[in-house]
Design a protein around this ligand. Structure first.
Ligand SMILES: [Zn+2]
Length: 259
C-alpha cells in the first residue's frame, strides 16, 4: 500500500468520524426538553395534563396528590423508623422550588421497606390541607426504595412568632436565582426538621409536579412544625405560590396512625 493511499484512508476515516460527531452533536441539542410548566396561567395546574403526552396523568390520573386530609380512618400503623444523618447543605433553586440534595446514607423504614432519602424541598402554601385548611408551607422529604418505589414524608409548617433555629440554615440561604446545587460550608440534619411527634396519615398518591407519576406512598406527619413569619416571607420573596391544588380522593384509603 502506497503511503499516499494510506493518507487518503486516514483522511476518509477522519471525515467519517467528524460527520458522526456532528450528527450526534445535533441530536444532543435537538433532544426534546420537558415542556415548561408553572403554577398559574396557561401552563398552570389545570393545564399540566395537556402540555405533554408524558404529563397526561396530571389530568387523567385517579390517584393524584395532594388531597384534603379529612376523616381519615384511625388505625394502629407501624411507626416510621427514621435514620437521617447530617448532610452537607447542597441547596438550589430548580425554577419550581428550593431543594436540598441529600447525601447518600440517610433513609427511613416504612412497612419493612427501606427508602433512601434523596432530597427535600418546599411548597408555599401547603399542598395537603387539613379539613380544608392550608398551612403556611409544606416540606417534602422524597425517598426511593431499592425497587424504585417512591415515598414522600410531608411536614406541615405553621407560622408562629419565633424563628425556628433548625430551619435557619435553609431560610438564611435561599437561592433567589435558578441554578445548580451549590456546595456550602454548612451542614443540615433532616432529623431536626421533623416534629418530635411522628404520627402520620398515609395514602397512595402521586408526584405533585409534572409528570404527576402515581404509585407514590404519602406519609403526612400529623404534627405541624412552627416557623416564623419572617422565615415564610423569605421563601415568599422567591416563590409566591408553588402548591398544586388538592385533587379528588376518589375513594382511596386514607389511614391515620392513632399510635
Ligand atoms: Zn413537593
Amino acid at each position: 500500500m502506497s503511503s499516499r493511499f494510506g493518507v487518503l484512508i486516514v483522511i476518509y476515516i477522519a471525515i467519517n468520524l467528524l460527520t458522526v460527531g456532528v450528527i450526534r452533536g445535533q441530536e444532543a441539542t435537538e433532544m426534546p426538553r420537558p415542556p415548561h410548566w408553572t403554577y398559574e396561567g396557561e401552563e398552570g395546574p389545570q393545564h399540566w395534563g395537556d402540555l405533554a403526552i408524558d404529563f397526561a396523568l396530571c389530568s387523567t390520573g385517579r390517584a393524584q396528590s395532594p388531597i384534603d386530609i379529612s376523616q381519615p380512618q384511625a388505625v394502629n400503623l407501624a411507626d416510621i423508623a427514621f435514620d437521617y444523618q447530617p448532610t452537607a447543605l447542597n441547596i438550589f433553586n430548580n425554577g419550581h422550588t428550593v431543594q436540598v440534595a441529600y447525601d447518600a446514607g440517610s433513609s427511613m423504614i416504612y412497612n419493612e421497606t427501606q427508602y433512601d432519602l434523596l432530597q427535600f424541598h418546599f411548597h408555599i402554601p401547603s399542598e395537603h390541607t387539613l379539613n380544608g385548611e392550608a398551612f403556611a408551607m409544606e416540606l417534602h422529604f422524597v425517598h426511593r426504595s431499592a425497587d424504585g418505589d417512591l415515598a414522600v414524608v410531608g411536614v406541615l409548617l405553621r407560622e408562629s412568632d419565633a424563628a425556628n433555629k433548625a430551619y435557619a440554615p435553609l431560610f438564611d440561604n435561599l437561592p433567589a436565582e435558578k441554578g445548580d446545587p451549590q456546595p456550602t460550608e454548612l451542614t443540615i440534619d433532616a432529623n431536626n426538621l421533623l416534629p418530635a411527634e411522628r404520627l402520620y396519615t398515609t395514602y397512595s398518591g402521586s408526584l405533585t409536579t409534572p409528570p404527576c407519576t402515581q404509585g407514590v406512598r404519602w406519609l403526612v406527619l400529623q404534627t405541624p412544625v412552627e416557623i416564623s413569619h419572617e422565615q415564610v416571607e423569605a421563601f415568599a420573596q422567591i416563590f409566591e405560590l408553588n402548591a398544586r391544588p388538592v385533587q379528588d380522593q376518589n375513594n382511596r384509603d386514607l389511614l391515620s396512625d392513632n399510635g
